[in-house]
Design a protein around this ligand. Structure first.
Ligand code: DC
Length: 215
């Protein structure tokens, strides 16, 4: 069973995807971490994440072991990730890793939950269930700020909101695999939901989509 969860940043898809994977005993892959790992490599070498040749070389060298780097969640790495993610050669280099994870999930699991921006549209177009998790810009910016403060990163709300808007625009406008719901995705707006309600709503959608049709 493959569950694809896409949506913009700070809409709650990471928390939701992790909980769904645990509840359904599936493997879990946060694909944003792959793009973050590419950006972190480029930045650590003092290069510009927007330069295709450098970012593509970093993408070709990324492995799952790189996803444990402690600095990947930093805001600067997130912005860099959004830049490298717009480069088609970077996306192509990461595609195979993601598809292999979905096709042969680790630890003998019978399936996987993948979260990202293009899972339902490009990485796993045949996924059993596709969710597009979104929320208003204000609620996402408030959540991101809480998350940053929780990690001790200083943040100003107006700046967090502006950077989020820039990242949304870049992720949605890029030519290759832009952020958009797959035609067969169910849209879940979490603006007015806490994590528990989002989890319940998602489980209901999954049950409805995966229920065996009456004989
Ligand atoms: O979900 P995140 O904030 O960790 O993602 C970081 C960036 O990576 C995001 O701005 C867009 C990009 N990304 C992508 O293009 N495709 C994915 N499947 C996952 C992330």
């Amino acid at each position: 069973m493959i569950i694809a969860i896409d949506g913009p940043g700070a809409a709650g898809k990471g928390t939701l995807a992790r909980r769904l994977a645990a509840a359904l005993d599936l493997a879990f892959l946060d694909t944003g971490l792959l793009y973050r790992a590419v950006a972190a490599k480029v930045l650590a070498d003092g290069h510009d994440p927007a330069v295709p040749a450098v970012a593509e070389a970093a993408a070709r060298s990324v492995t799952f072991a790189d996803l444990n780097r402690p600095d990947l969640r930093r805001e600067g790495v997130g912005q860099g990730a959004s830049q490298v993610a717009a480069i088609p050669g970077v996306r192509a280099a990461l595609l195979d890793l993601q598809r292999r994870f979905a096709g042969q999930p680790p630890d003998g699991k019978r399936g996987a939950v993948l979260d990202g921006r293009d899972i339902g549209t490009v990485v796993c177009p045949g996924a059993d269930v596709k969710l597009f998790v979104t929320a208003s810009l204000d609620s996402r910016a408030a959540r991101r700020q809480k998350e940053l403060r929780g990690r001790g990163e200083a943040s100003i709300y107006a700046r967090v909101k502006q950077e989020m808007q820039e990242r949304d625009a870049r992720d949605s406008a890029r030519a290759t695999a832009p952020l958009k719901p797959a035609p067969d995705a169910v849209v879940l707006d979490t603006s007015e939901m806490d994590a528990d309600s989002a989890f319940r709503a998602a489980m209901d959608i999954i049950s409805a989509r995966t229920a065996a049709p009456p004989a």
